[in-house]
Design a protein around this ligand. Structure first.
Ligand code: GTP
Ligand code: MG
Length: 441
């Protein structure tokens, strides 16, 4: 089809035609309903409030069951998010319910960063969803959507005003999640005080620019009830897992020495209003708002951060291909720059190591030469000593030979001595015979 034909076709007015008989596409909503029912639903609630404010009790009361819970201690070093998922069924509707507790909220001495783990948790769920959406093979149909659909913010029933921690936390969360503020343990505050407290809370939220979730009034079917309920915010609730006999009926209530507070009695607290608004009337709107408002904002910021835009500077539609190419080029340039940087670093390192090694080699060589000199000197000395010793040995040997010769000569001389003595004796006797004896004179 030529471009001009296409334009004409899209600019053409749509004409209303009447059908000759029943075709069947009026069953489309029913098809949608049965498909959704078969698929099941997921709903994720985040409970933020100080330790022991009644979060778990309210969840049990809201869903009329007992979820597994454990009491948090007051000594958590930081706020920690604890998600728990349950499969619930009512009639033929399956609900995958996740309750996320902000454990240790408000228990730290320094509460400056108390909101951060909560914000990070919400962002992580958005990020997981975005990653699934960006996959080539996505399976969003059976993806377990963990994005937080509503944050029940439990306000302590002080009767005074909101704490700065509440204001800061709600302000940080309001662009990321649907916040429904509730006054917890509303049975601990008197009726007139509660009335003033509600007004004070709302005026503080408005003056600090905190956007809480407003029940939608654009759908005629629920517009009236929702606008009435908006005026009742924040809901003052009471939770209980106890059943007390009132009249001849067992009801969820809290029993005190002075009377019974019935959870589902609208003149006692706003529990029923909360249940109506949260579960029976606006659950789908909360899910939708999460997707179309909060997730959309996250997705937009994230994609813009990644360099994607809808229009280029000349207001021309920005093509995904172009954005991808630009980003790819940027990435490659950056990669090359990093590679060059690393190569240069490596070369420098090698040079440094080389010169260090050369220096070490030179030192070793010097050491070796020095040792060699010492060794030669010692060798020379030893050689000299050896020569001296040899000379001494020769002299000694010569003396030894001389002594031995002398000894042998003297030995010879001693062995010839008696013979001579005999000769001498004979000589003497001969002389004595010849010579006249001069005896007795
Ligand atoms: P952690 O999970 O430990 O932070 O506590 P939590 O906020 O889940 O509070 P939990 O529901 O365990 O309740 C703590 C105490 O408060 C229990 O003794 C409850 O019976 C009591 N409690 C809960 N809801 C109410 C309420 O509406 N009014 C009053 N007066 N007490 C309540
Ligand atoms: Mg709890």
């Amino acid at each position: 089809m030529a471009a001009t034909d296409l334009e004409r076709f899209s600019n053409e007015e749509k004409r209303n035609l009447s059908l000759g008989g029943h075709v069947g596409f009026d069953s489309l909503p029913d098809q949608l309903v049965s498909k959704s029912v078969a698929q099941g639903f997921s709903f994720n609630i985040l409970c933020v409030g100080e330790t022991g404010i009644g979060k778990s009790t309210l969840m049990n009361t809201l869903f009329n069951t007992t979820f597994e819970t454990e009491e948090a201690s007051h000594y958590e070093p930081a706020v920690r998010l604890r998600p728990r998922t349950y499969d619930l069924q009512e009639s033929n509707v399956h609900l995958k319910l996740t309750i996320v507790d902000a454990v240790g909220f408000g228990d730290q001495i320094n509460k400056d960063e108390s909101y951060r783990p909560i914000v990070d948790y919400i962002d992580t769920q958005f990020e997981n969803y975005l990653q699934e959406e960006l996959k080539i093979r996505r399976s969003l149909f059976n993806y377990h959507d963990t994005r937080i659909h509503v944050c029940l913010y439990f306000i302590t029933p002080t009767g005074h005003s909101l704490k700065s921690l509440d204001l800061v936390a709600m302000k940080k969360l309001d662009s990321k999640v649907n916040i429904i503020p509730i006054i917890a343990k509303a049975d601990t505050i008197s009726k007139s005080e509660l009335h003033k407290f509600k007004i004070k809370i709302m005026s503080e939220l408005v003056s600090n620019g905190v956007q809480i979730y407003q029940f939608p009034t654009d759908d005629e079917a629920v517009a009236e009830i929702n606008s009435v309920m908006n005026a009742h915010l924040p809901f003052a609730v009471v939770g209980s897992i106890e059943e007390v006999k009132v009249g001849n009926k067992m009801v969820r209530a809290r029993q005190y020495p002075w009377g019974v507070v019935q959870v589902e009695n609208e003149s006692h607290c706003d529990f029923v209003k909360l249940r109506e608004m949260l579960i029976r009337v606006n659950m789908e709107d909360l899910r939708e708002q999460t997707h179309t408002r909060h997730y959309e904002l996250y997705r937009r910021c994230k994609l813009e951060e990644m360099g994607f835009k809808d229009t280029d500077p000349d207001s021309q539609p920005f093509s995904l291909q172009e954005t991808y190419e630009t980003k790819r080029k940027e990435f490659l340039c950056e990669l090359q720059r990093k590679e060059e940087e690393m190569r240069q670093m490596f070369v420098n390192k090698v040079k440094e190591t080389e010169s260090e090694l050369k220096e070490k080699e030179r030192e070793l060589h010097e050491k070796f030469e020095h040792l060699k000199r010492i060794h030669q000197e010692e060798k020379r000395k030893v050689e000299e000593k050896r020569r001296e010793l040899e000379e001494e040995m020769n002299a000694f040997n010569r003396r030894k030979v001389a002594v031995e010769t002398l000894q042998s000569q003297s030995l010879q001389a001693t062995s010839q001595q008696p013979l001579k003595k005999d000769k001498d004796k004979k000589k003497v006797s001969k002389m004595n015979f010849c010579k006249p004896a001069i005896v007795g004179r």
